[in-house]
Design a protein around this ligand. Structure first.
Ligand SMILES: NC(=O)c1ccc[n+]([C@@H]2O[C@H](COP(=O)([O-])OP(=O)(O)OC[C@H]3O[C@@H](n4cnc5c(N)ncnc54)[C@H](O)[C@@H]3O)[C@@H](O)[C@H]2O)c1
Length: 254
């Protein structure tokens, strides 16, 4: 895609899975890519492979160092790092806090660091890797579902607030993607996500398609659009269907 050729791109959580696929795709399209991850070793290997630049550490503190590494300008920021954070209402406070911090506040902090320059220039692209759980809700994963709804809400807020000022925003909302996170999702992931899981490269394809067509929602599983409509049209029917799934999961020993 010609629009990213030469662009300065940051991908957080790029040490594997979806982030690595996004970084590879941006690099293949001619962008200059900063790869961020908590796991410095994993991200170094990727940087060597794609000619990228490493900024290791927590995604939340990565923007200034990434901007410096790119010579002063970030054109595209992919807030991709995420925590799976399963569990129910009784999950530890630490689990809820970590999910909130990484899945939502890291996006807010990045936006704070990026917006002054983007608004002055009248351009910038913010890509949020949320989840279909942020549109629909995932069984067995309350902290994840709540914070991914938060990620979608923040991305939507950014888009509706700054669209007329040249800021483009995309919310990527996949169901299962074959990554370490899916492997760790346990029996709920096996039941709900694994049967229709896709490769991380398909997520990158969907993002590039959405950028081309200027679409906010990125749905690598197109059927999610229908689920989202069904949920909005009849919430009680939708919750009944999801409760059926919950009971199936419980009957299989969770
Ligand atoms: N795999 C799926 O089925 C799926 C589905 C929907 C959405 N997602 C979302 O996609 C994103 C990427 O997940 P993935 O499946 O590629 O997982 P993954 O576990 O393969 O990769 C996540 C990466 O993020 C890094 N990371 C975690 N916390 C970080 C932090 N605070 N700062 C920097 N890096 C951090 C990890 O070290 C890891 O390398 C996540 O936001 C996830 O919620 C995944």
């Amino acid at each position: 895609m010609s629009t990213v050729r030469g662009a300065g791109v940051v991908v957080t959580g790029a040490g594997g899975g979806i982030g690595a696929a996004l970084a590879r795709r941006f690099a293949a399209e001619g962008a200059r890519v900063v790869v961020n991850d908590l796991d410095a070793d994993r991200v170094k290997g990727l940087a060597d492979e794609i000619g990228g630049i490493v900024v290791a550490g927590d995604a939340s503190g990565s923007v200034d160092a990434a901007r410096d590494a790119l010579g002063g300008t970030v054109d595209v920021y992919c807030a991709n790092a995420g925590l799976a954070a399963g569990g129910d209402a009784f999950a530890d406070e630490d689990v809820w806090a970590a999910a909130w911090d990484v899945n939502v506040m890291a996006h807010v902090r990045a936006a704070r660091a990026l917006l002054p320059d983007w608004l002055e220039r009248g351009s910038g692209r913010f890509v949020s890797t949320a989840s279909a759980a942020g549109l629909l809700t995932m069984i067995g994963a309350a902290p994840y579902s709540v914070t991914k709804h938060g990620a979608v809400a923040f991305a939507e807020w950014l888009s509706l607030t700054y669209r007329h000022r040249g800021i483009k925003v995309h919310a990527i909302c996949p169901q299962g993607v074959r990554t370490d996170m899916l492997t760790a999702a346990g029996t709920a992931g096996d039941l709900v996500l694994a049967p229709t899981a896709i490769e991380p490269e398909a997520v990158a394809d969907a993002l590039f398609d959405a950028m081309e067509r200027d679409r906010f929602l990125v749905l690598p599983h197109p059927e999610v659009a229908g689920y989202y409509q069904a949920r909005a049209k009849d919430p009680d029917r939708w919750i009944g269907g999801m409760n059926h799934l919950q009971r199936t999961w419980e009957a299989n020993g969770t």
